[in-house]
Design a protein around this ligand. Structure first.
Ligand code: AMP
Length: 472
């Protein structure tokens, strides 16, 4: 059995695809630009003119990679693109998607958002049959499964391959004559369908449609596969049906507030409702409510509205710094909060302050923020978190550290409060979060808050994924 450390399973990404537009690559670039928050490590675009595939990729941010000459090298009416973020060790160009191959059925490119929990097992099996892998991403197994399938058509092979992987996939594939997009039966990660003039588009989030002036049509449903080509959109439901388990953390933190995901309204509305619900559950007598920008802003507005305590801006964010969490080195992460945020003493001095953030992961950010606000003269600091305590890693595509590093997995709320040095700390309840999120509560994956993983693990997977760490 091949052992992959749990870190390698953490993979935040964005996918985009467009079919039937003469500026396919340019629009893909813009789509990826809007989706930058889902991955900052590297980005790639593959375009097709119906005969050849053209491929450009690079490390870093979208705006830096795709210069005019680079985009000129991506002709054709179809294109797919991908933004990638993964943790240390795997940050190399060879892992930047789309992955591209040429095989018996012609050209094929793949862009994948999500994580596959049986990728390592499948990879070992494929390697035993002689498969040579070009990257260390779990996504590459999909390509090999397509190549090894005995099914007669390319579409049937794609379905065959995707039926064998377990886990999260919102995937976009480019073939010589069409674009195929699919979402796993649980629907962990979002994927939406858009329309622009004569072209069809798929994207992780609808903010990509807004930037290019495309119209949002609908979400790609959990377990749905669509083929987009000159004939339009053909929809299939080829996978075994199961409960849906859409990632509630997309609402809490990950998606952009202006996006519609999972067929609902703008994420912003849900995030604000999380804050209102938090005020109902964890009201405190205070003078001002301030957000941790940017992630805590909508929830803080909801909290202020719900509690009747005035909303203020007490922390200013430097927008030219990447997300602290995404820095690969622990030392930079600790330092990062100071680089990124600064307090305004004139707002905070002598005040009883409610500080709202969306989540606590390791607790290091909250600790630094509380210290900063205290130094700025606040009299009391009440930390309010618009989601429950994170106790368990995500294996479906959100970058969370190992269980040991999650402060909520080994500390009570009181211990965490002490660690972050706040006067009080309260999290939103699980029920409260699910009440604020649209639709039925049992439609969501809440594994990071509950350890209730929707896909049962085999014993081998449990070991590989580090579910039985000695520290537990
Ligand atoms: P920590 O210092 O580890 O507790 O980080 C908490 C901060 O990280 C909060 O302000 C969150 O908004 C943010 N955060 C939560 N989850 C993630 C994630 N998957 N990637 C990047 N930032 C995150």
């Amino acid at each position: 059995m091949r052992l992959i450390t749990p870190d390698k399973f953490h993979d935040e990404c964005a996918v985009f695809g467009i079919c039937g537009h003469r500026e396919a690559a340019n629009l893909t670039y813009l789509g990826l630009y809007a989706l930058q928050h889902r991955g900052q490590e590297g980005s790639g675009i593959v375009s097709s003119n119906g005969e050849d595939f053209f491929h450009e990729k690079g490390m870093g941010l979208v705006a830096d990679i795709y210069t005019k000459p680079v985009l000129k090298r991506l002709p054709g009416q179809m294109a797919i693109g991908h933004n990638r973020y993964s943790t240390a060790g795997e940050s190399s160009l060879k892992n930047v998607q789309p992955l591209i191959v040429n095989f018996a059925f012609g050209n094929l490119a793949l862009a994948h958002n999500g994580n596959l929990i049986n990728a390592s097992m499948l990879r070992s099996e494929l390697e035993a049959y002689g498969a040579i892998f070009q990257s260390t991403t779990d996504s590459e197994v999909i390509i090999h499964l397509i190549a090894h399938s005995r099914a007669e058509t390319l579409l049937a092979r794609v379905i065959d391959a995707l039926s064998q992987v377990r886990g999260a996939f919102s995937v976009v594939l480019l073939t010589d004559d069409s674009l195929i997009a699919a979402r796993d039966p649980y629907g962990f990660r979002p994927l939406s369908l858009g329309h622009l003039k004569d072209s069809w588009i798929v994207a992780s989030e609808t903010c990509a449609f807004d930037l290019i002036g495309a119209e949002y049509v609908r979400e790609i449903k959990p377990g749905e596969l669509v083929v987009l080509n000159s004939e339009g959109v053909t929809s299939y439901s080829p996978f075994a049906k199961t409960r849906s388990a859409m990632c509630v953390f997309e609402y809490v933190y990950f998606s952009r507030p202006d996006s519609k995901i999972f067929g609902g309204k703008a994420v912003y509305l849900t995030r604000k409702e999380l804050g209102r619900q938090l005020a109902r559950e964890a009201w405190v007598d205070a003078d001002i409510v301030i957000p941790v920008p940017d992630s805590g802003v909508p929830a803080a507005m909801g909290y202020a509205e719900g509690s009747g305590i005035p909303f203020e801006t007490g922390l200013i964010r430097n927008h030219y710094v990447g997300r602290t969490f995404i820095e690969p080195e622990q030392s930079i992460r600790h330092f990062g909060v100071k680089i990124k945020l600064n307090a305004i003493p004139e707002v905070l001095e002598g005040k009883r302050v409610v500080v709202v953030d969306d989540s606590i992961v390791r607790g290091t950010t909250s600790r630094k923020i509380v210290k900063m606000i205290r130094q700025a003269g606040a009299r009391e600091i009440h930390m309010r978190i618009s989601s429950p305590s994170i106790v368990s890693p995500c294996f479906y595509g959100i970058d969370t550290p190992t269980r040991k590093e999650l402060i909520g997995s080994s500390h009570t709320i009181q211990e965490t409060r002490k660690y972050i040095t706040a006067d009080s700390l309260a999290y939103l309840s699980l029920d409260g979060m699910l009440k604020a999120a649209p639709g039925a509560p049992d439609h969501y994956c809440t594994a990071c808050f509950t350890e209730d993983y929707p896909i049962p693990f085999t014993k081998a997977e449990e070991m590989q994924l580090g579910l039985f760490e000695p520290s537990l």
